[in-house]
Write a protein that binds this ligand. Sequence first.
Ligand code: GH3
Ligand code: MG
Ligand code: MG
Length: 299
Amino acid sequence: MENTASNTILLVDDETVNLMFLTNILSPEYTVYIAQDGQSAIRKAEEVSPDIILLDIIMPGMNGYEVLSVLRDKHETRDIPVIFITGLNSSKDEEKGLESDAVDYISKPFSVGIVKLRVRNQIRIINQMREINRLSVTDLLTGISNRRGFEHQMRREWGRAIREKLPISILMIDVDHFKVFNDTYGHQQGDAVLQEVAIAISRCVTRTTDFAARWGGEEFIVMLPNTEIKGALIVAENIRENIEQIPVYLPDGTTAQVTVSIGVGTTTPEPGDMNEKLISEADKALYTAKESGRNNVCH
Ligand code: GH3
Ligand code: MG
Ligand code: MG
């Protein structure tokens, strides 16, 4: 059986007996929250962001349709799937429920088996979507973020830096003479080095908002929000030293060394500024680092 204990469900029903019944059948497999009216359902949904909401339609005060409509208007709850679970059981009612953007519709009196299976189906879809999203931003070889994941994060932090008038730094990191390394030791050995380089970079990037990614090929990128040039150069130098010290064990028993060149760019962006400009600045600095002999940091 899949492990779904970390999946969360919010049950909303005005009748205690229904809540107890649903809790009994769902809590062995999922983490369950409850709410007994529309207002508290919306508050709870914002607070715990459940994976799915089972929503009664007929309730005093706000009815289920109204709750769903409010949930869809709020940024935090907009995407949470809702299953209506209701005593309204004509096919007209079911059609109306599905039309109002519910992912499924369960009529009362409900059978335990059907509730469990309908919920299981939706939870499966949610978990698969999450996995697809995770993979779409992960680099397969190194397991760190890929360029797409980086660009997403960069847009967020760039917006924040503009709003809060804070500096942001970028490090462009490129493995030196890596073509020769591949030609000499083979592509597989090259791949193993890229994995080690990714680990070393991740170790040096410690603040929670710092973000490292594989930019492509043998190039990596690091974003350091709220970091001036001085701090960025320290992180870059630390990365350079750590990578230089990676022992690359070769099949013949000897060890080789890899080095990287790093270009650093820093700016305090203003409204209208594009983050691509900062990245290209770091890229130019990287070029200078290569020109001036490699295994060094330039800005
Ligand atoms: P420089 O010091 O100027 O950066 O020289 P370089 O040889 O590292 O640069 P160049 O751009 O000429 O070559 C990059 C090499 O990186 C070529 C390619 O074989 C290797 N490379 C890129 N991606 C991968 C990968 O995923 N795995 C392996 N093993 N090698 C890769
Ligand atoms: Mg290179
Ligand atoms: Mg390169």
